[in-house]
Design a protein around this ligand. Structure first.
Ligand code: GLC
Ligand code: MG
Length: 427
């Protein structure tokens, strides 16, 4: 199992996607973007992000393209029947897990037996997987069908698990599968490697998330908008578990709430900064500086910060006067010229859909006071997304705490995410 980290993760955050990480009722993605800024500023360098979704690889992809989701380290898909390490070209399925799930499982028998229930409506083909057979069924009929079906499948020699989610979806899986079992398998692997995370937190909203909360020694948060079947499970099985929080905030905001509640690390998103003049952290952190800069940049163009010359003066003092920016089009510009361009664009995105976020941020100290910071910088402009692979050279000033200088910046387009008119791209 390939992990970015050399040692144990400080935190492994395992989150469901639909209606936990992603609030489909919020087109502005407010809490997701708040989570993203927090994660990249404070957690990315020493923690692991795991998505655990009911979606198949096929239906996960459009969600990833539609919503500002960060890149996870591991993705548990198809209700814990598929485990995938890395992303994109580097995606690597865990074949050991697939193999293990074959035990007392025969997909054809499941299909044969379920066809005998006319109340079960098969889900789309994209959701049918080697170890997952999925249907829609009315709430009033679900319990009865689950009982009869599991008896019939047991009689035919199968060991299955039937899960009901969101008051509509019914999944038939091998008994050893499920989101909780997949996580237990991962934790066991980490333990064997001597890399058990210091803390683990699981986050969910619906029935297929329930078993995540049964793992010993994990923290859990049920977001405020949790589904009836999850709350029912909790009332019956886990009410006395002090490690499970019923959040009063929806979706990703509930995750931030839980991080604070269980003292698992910082829980105030840099996105919630009101006064950019004052906000400083005690220890110089390149990740935090980069996240903060792009938030300021977004808020400047959205006219959500005051139009003050003082801000621009500050930026000029942070960006080295001889510093160079290699624009993704290949053109070299003095960093200060970019600040001047930014100054002129105050409010040009006011009232528009214009959001920025950074992803996969890593930083390496390459000298006693010099840092090389790399990240993917995303921008959403109305319905179009752009992304550049960005490298920044930052120097901290040892004599003056909290002072740092951006020396050099370089961007190249991420394949398929260039802007049509390169002149419209600033940073
Ligand atoms: C997701 C999947 C669906 C599954 C449901 C509940 O919505 O796409 O196939 O039934 O989660 O687990
Ligand atoms: Mg969900």
């Amino acid at each position: 199992m390939d992990s970015r980290l050399n040692g144990s993760a400080r935190l492994m955050l395992v989150s469901d996607l639909d209606y936990t990480m992603v609030d489909h009722d919020d087109p502005r993605n407010t809490s997701l973007l708040r989570f993203n800024a927090l994660w990249e500023a404070y957690y990315r360098h020493d923690s692991l992000l795991v998505f655990s979704t009911g979606r198949s690889p096929l239906s996960y992809k459009p969600l990833r393209n539609e919503k500002p989701l960060l890149t996870p380290d591991i993705t548990i898909m198809s209700v814990g029947t598929e485990i995938i390490y890395g992303e994109g070209d580097a995606m690597l399925p865990d074949d050991g897990w697939q193999h293990y799930l074959n035990h007392n499982w025969d997909r054809n028998i499941v299909v044969e037996e379920t066809t005998k229930f006319p109340q079960l409506t098969p889900q789309a083909e994209a959701e049918q997987r080697p170890h997952k057979v999925s249907f829609y069924v009315d709430k009033v009929e679900a319990t009865e069908i689950m009982n009869v079906l599991s008896e019939r499948l047991a009689k035919r020699g199968l060991d299955v698990k039937i899960i009901y989610s969101s008051g509509i979806a019914l999944d038939v899986l091998p008994k050893g599968a499920g989101k909780g079992q997949a996580l237990a398998y991962l934790l066991k692997k980490f333990k064997i490697d001597g890399k058990l995370p210091c803390n683990t937190i699981v986050c969910g909203d619906s029935g297929n998330d329930a078993e995540l909360f049964t793992l010993p020694e994990v923290y859990g948060v049920m977001v405020d908008n949790a589904q009836e079947e999850l709350l029912h499970w909790y009332a019956q099985n886990a009410k006395s578990n002090r490690r499970i929080l019923r959040a009063t905030e929806r979706c990703a905001a509930g995750i931030l709430q839980a991080l604070g509640n269980f003292h698992l690390g910082p829980n105030v998103s840099p996105r919630d900064i009101k006064d950019f003049q004052k906000c400083k952290v005690n220890i110089f952190s390149p990740a935090y500086e980069v996240v903060k800069f792009y938030l300021f940049y977004e808020k400047w163009r959205r006219a959500e910060v005051e139009k003050s010359e003082q801000y621009m003066q500050n930026l000029r003092s942070i960006f080295h006067s001889l510093g160079v920016f290699v624009h993704p089009s290949g053109v070299e510009l003095p960093l200060h010229q970019c600040i001047d361009a930014m100054a002129r664009l105050y409010g040009d995105k006011q009232g528009n859909q214009f959001w920025t976020w950074v992803d996969r941020l890593t930083s390496a100290q390459i000298g006693c006071d010099t840092w090389l910071v790399k990240f993917y910088k995303w921008e959403l402009n109305e319905n179009e997304r752009q992304c550049t692979l960005t490298t920044v050279l930052i120097k901290s000033q040892v004599e003056v705490p909290d002072t740092f200088t951006w020396l050099h910046m370089h961007q190249t387009w991420l394949d398929g995410f260039a802007i049509a008119n390169a002149e419209r791209w600033l940073f």
